[in-house]
Each structure stands twice: as C-alpha cells, then as structure tokens.
Design a binder for this molecule. Sequence first.
Ligand code: RFL
Ligand code: PHB
Length: 401
Amino acid sequence: MRSQVAIVGAGPAGMFLGHLLRAAGIDAVILERHDRPYVEGRVRAGVLEQITVDLLERLGLGARMRREGLVHTGTNIAHDGEMFRIDMHALTGSSIMVYGQQEVMKDLFDAAEKTGPKIIFNAEGVTPHDIETDRPFVTWRVGGADFRLDCDFVVGCDGYHGVSRTCIPPSVLKVFERVYPFGWLGVLAEVPPANHELIYCNHERGFALASMRSPTRSRYYLQCALDERIEDWSDDRFWDELCTRLGPEAGAQVVRGPSFEKSIAPLRTFVAEPMRHGRLFLAGDAAHIVPPTGAKGLNLAVSDIIMLSEALEEFYRDHSAAGIDGYSARALARVWKAERFSWWLTGLTHRFPETGPLERRLQTAELDYIRTSRAAQTTLAENYVGLPLLPVRAPSPTELA
Ligand code: RFL
Ligand code: PHB
C-alpha cells in the first residue's frame, strides 16, 4: 500500500488532519489501534475555542454544532461561596462553544465514511520505520495478517501513550513533565446544568468544576486524591461534596440525578521537543499534555494540525520545505503559552499538599485581583478563548506606553 501521508491515531488530531489533507488533495491513511465506538465513546473535552469551531465549519462539518452547541460569552469563578463572572466576549470579542469531543468525533467519523479519509481500525502493533530517510513506511497487523504502508511522511497523532514519540531517539528528544498530586473525578448525568455557563471553583476542600454537554446533560468534576477509588464515590457523596464546594448559591441550583459515567483522570503538564524528527511529525497529545483546567487539550491538537496541514500543503504545492522545517518551532510557541495558562489556572484554583494558610491567602488575593481588575480579566479571557495561531507582533515601547 502507498499514500503520501501515514497518520497514526484516529483521535481528534488524526481525524482533523486526515480531513484537511483530503480537502487539499493530499492522500492519507489513518491507522487506529481501537475501533470507532471506543474512540467516539471516550468522555473527554467539552469546550471548543473559535479556531476549532472555524475548522469544523471550513470542513463543512459545522451544521450539527451550530444547531446543538452552546455558545458561551462568559465564564465564572467561585471562591469559598462567592462567584464572579468574566465577560469573555466583552473583553476579547470572542466566545467559546460547548460541544463535546464525542460529538466532534461522531461528525468527523460520519463524514469520513462518506468522503474519506481512509481509516484502518483495530490496527495492532503499528510501527513507523526509516523515519530518518526520505522513504519511511509503517507496518501493522489486523486479525493476524501483516500490512505495510509506504509514504512520504508519518504523523504521530497517537496521544500520550502512543508509539510515535518513542521513535525519536532519546538523544534528540527533550521531555518536560510535571505530574500533579491529585486527579479529577468526573461525572456525567442527565440533569440540567446548575448554571447556564461554566463555574470554576476554588474551595478550601479542593477544586470543583460545573460544566455541561447540553441544556439537559451536566458534566461535573471534583479534585480528588490520586489513590481515590470510584467505588467509594456514591452519587450521593458526589452531589453532597459538589454542593459544598460550589457554595450555597450555586450549590442550591445543582439538580441531582443518577450518574451514567464516573471516572478519575490524572493531571499532567508535559511537552516533548522537537515535534518533528526526520520524516516524522508529532501533533496533539502525542507531543503535549495540559491539565484540563483551561480546556486546552483538544484545541491545542487542532492548532498543531492547522499548522502542520499548511506546511504539508506548501511542501506538495510549492515544493518548498520551509513550512515543514518551521513546524516544530511554530507549534511549540503556541503550545508553551497554553501550557503556561493551564498550569497557572490549575495552581490558582486547586488545593496542593503544600497549600497552607499563606498559600491560601495568596490564592485569595489573586482571585480578588482578577475579580476587580479589567486588565487581569482580559489576560484570563484572552488565553481562555484561545491565543492567535500566529505570534502577534510585539508592540514598540511607545505603542505600549
Ligand atoms: P487522543 O484523543 O488521545 O487520540 C489518540 C488516538 O491514537 C490512538 N492510538 C494508536 N493508534 C494506533 N497505534 C498506536 N500505537 C496507538 N496509540 C494510540 C488512540 O486509540 C486514540 O484514538 O489524542 P489527540 O487526537 O491528540 O486529541 C487530544 C484530545 O483528545 C485531548 O487533548 C482532550 O481530550 C483533552 N481534554 C480537553 N481538551 C479541550 O480542549 N477542552 C476540554 O474541555 C478538555 N477536557 C480533556 C478534558 C481530557 C480529559 N481527560 C480524560 C484526559 C477533560 C478530561 C477529563
Ligand atoms: C468539560 O466540560 O469536560 C470541561 C470543561 C472545561 C474544562 C475542562 C473540562 O476546563
């Protein structure tokens, strides 16, 4: 088999890239370890930045999102029972879209069934070869039979636990990592959300987040210990703890009901550099992980893919390697800013083992500063709705003054 590009992984990064390349007339095959129901069934991201919304529209896949997605012009921060709103739209001109990753994946897979790109599910033992040459290839097995795909480029969109990153020699790969000393216990329930917008909550017992998937489906998270067992969290215990952390006002709006998904996710800050080695590129969670506090993971995968597809188009259309040579540095410049934001918002809103009375006063002071400063709210809002794809020209000192 031959294609111009081999993509490992059919998560958001792999599927968006496959569709973008197909639209540009570049042929790609996607190799996915699991089947479609598994990839589509994972309950993950809920918040799309404008770049992700725009990309779905550009690919002609925006109709259901426009109908069913919820546009949020603001977000809320609660602190020990008090809540304030950040009007993102007034501060930045942009909003966010609440439309679950499961819905995004359904739209991407449905379209692929009609138009391509080609996806090979249940591909076991996917292995990239000869990535340091001009003739890389990928091998895998399905149902005991061996397959090989020759290609010009391999793109690793295979997430944090994927195989692609391991193909970059340790002497080349630099890894930056922090594992947080807590996780998020997440619950999905078929009940109306407590609030029409999200609430990020700092409470002395730990962080909580009130989110949603639709006007009738709520998504809630509680900061929990890493060794916590799901079995110890009955629905009643979850709702009680959530209401305590959200405080009397927002807590009173919580509608309780049976949960139909409950899981614990670890939190990690992770970046692997460079995002290209020879004919192998990394994109999305394969190259970087953010703690979910800023809702950046899926959106970062999308910004990588936009940059990489532009670079590959330039390679095939103009016979220029400038784009692919610049991909890693260009993508990492945006990745590190999103990493910084997610790390900062996690630090501001969570309880750490070292959080004593001093650290708590400092968190309170910073939250109060954000509540009362337009400049601080603008900084938060700009990062939350998503930074531009291209670095903004630095203003001169006189322009700043
Ligand atoms: P994915 O989604 O992990 O997909 C990788 C795909 O590669 C396949 N794969 C392989 N295939 C073949 N061979 C191999 N050896 C393979 N190894 C792996 C896997 O089966 C899988 O299908 O990575 P991708 O595409 O980079 O997408 C990243 C996003 O999924 C992730 O960043 C977000 O879900 C993160 N995230 C959020 N992001 C947001 O932008 N907004 C949010 O509100 C948000 N909330 C979240 C989140 C992630 C969470 N968890 C559970 C990690 C909330 C949570 C709780
Ligand atoms: C979600 O709805 O799953 C969600 C929303 C915002 C976040 C993280 C997760 O920051």
